[in-house]
Design a protein around this ligand. Sequence first.
Ligand code: PLP
Length: 408
Amino acid sequence: MNGIYFDHAATTPTRPEVIDAMLPYYREKWGNPSSLHSSGREAAEGMEGAREQVAKLLRAYPEEIVFTGSGTEADNQALIGTTIAQEKKGDHIITSAIEHHAILHTAEFLEKRGLKVTYLPVDSYGQVDPEAVRAAITERTVLVSIMHANNEIGTLQPIEEIGALCKERGVLFHTDAVQTAGHVPIDVREMNIDLLSLSAHKLYGPKGVGALFVRKGVRIAPLIHGGGHERGRRSSTENVPGIVGLGEACRLAGKDMEWESEHNGALRNRLIERVLAKVPDAMLTGHPVERLPNNASFCVRYIEGESMLLNLDFEQIYASSGSACTSGSLEASHVLLAIGLPHDVAHGSLRLSVGRGNTVEEVDRFLEIFPAIVEKLRAMSPISAGRPASDFEGGADVHEHGREEGGE
Ligand code: PLP
C-alpha cells in the first residue's frame, strides 16, 4: 500500500513472517486436522502449535484457547455461551456503554430474549469505575464484560481490579482484548480474567480468525453445533492456515512487544503534542496516560470527521473517525457521547493509530499537512462561522450507546 497508514486499530498489515508460516498449510499441509492419517496429523500439529503460541501470549494453558472465526465471534461466544450455560444461576449481565458493537449488539440480542443488561457509564476519559461494577452486581448476575482498551479513544480499563471484585463475588469476568492482545502485556491469571477475546488481524495476523480464552472450569455453551471440534465448543473444520497465522502473529507480538510499544508510544506522543499545539480547538479524547501506545485520537471542533478523512485520503494519509455514515446521515460515535461530548464536538473526531512500520518522517508529514486541512475546512464550514476559538465545555447530553453500525 502506498501512502501513510495511520489506521492500525482498524486492521494491521499481515507480517511477511506470518504469511510464510501460513503458506505451507495451503500448499502442502492441507489435510483435515480431524483425519487420523498423517496428512491430517500434520495439519493438527500446526494447529496445536498455534494454540500454544496464543496461550503463551496470554499466560494461559493451550487447552484454554478456542479458535473462532473473528474477534466478533469470540465476543458473541463469550456472552451468549456463558449466559446459556448459567441460565439456572441468573439472568443479569453487566457491560459498559463504550463497548464495541460486537458486545453491545450481542447484549441487546440477549436483552430481547429476556436477559437483563446493565450498561455502566464511563467518566470523561472513558474509564469504568470498579466501584460501579461492584454496586451493579446482584444475586442474579452471571457475567461482567468490560473491554481491555477502547478501539476509538484508546483508554485502558482497570481490568485487574474489576476482575478481582468479580472473582470475590463469584461472577465470571470477560474482557474484549481485541485492541490490546499482542500490544500490551496480558496475564489472564494475574488479571483475574475468566474469558478473553482477541482477533488476529489486529496484531499483524490474517483476517477472519480469532480466539476466545476460556479459563479451565468455566462452562460455556457452543454457538456452532456439529462435529464437536474445539472440544465441543466450536464445531466446523478449522481454518488451519489462518490459525497457524494467528499463532505466528502472537509469537512475534510477544517477542517484539517492548520495542513496538516504545516505538508506537513515541510516535503517538509526537502526534498528540504537536496536533494540540498546531491545531486550534483540537482536544485529545481518551485518557492522557492510561491509553493504548498506538492511539492518538482527537476531536477537532467545527468540522466533520469525514471531511478530514477525505482530505487526508487525498494526500494518501489513511486515518479513521468515530462517526459512522449510515444511509446518508451522520451519527456521532456512542463512545464519544458516553464520555460526555456534545454531538457537534463528537462529529469532529479523528483517530490516528500508528504501527510498527510507521516513521517519525510520516508523523511529521502528517503534521505539515493536517493544520492546513483544518484551516481550509473551517473556512468552508457553516458551523465555524462566527464561533469563538473556545473550549470544549458543554457537558454530557447523551449517555446511551448509539445504534450506528461499523467501527473497529
Ligand atoms: N472488539 C473490538 C474492541 C474491536 O476493535 C474489534 C474490531 O473490529 C472487534 C471486537 C471485532 O473484531 P473482528 O474484526 O475480528 O471481528
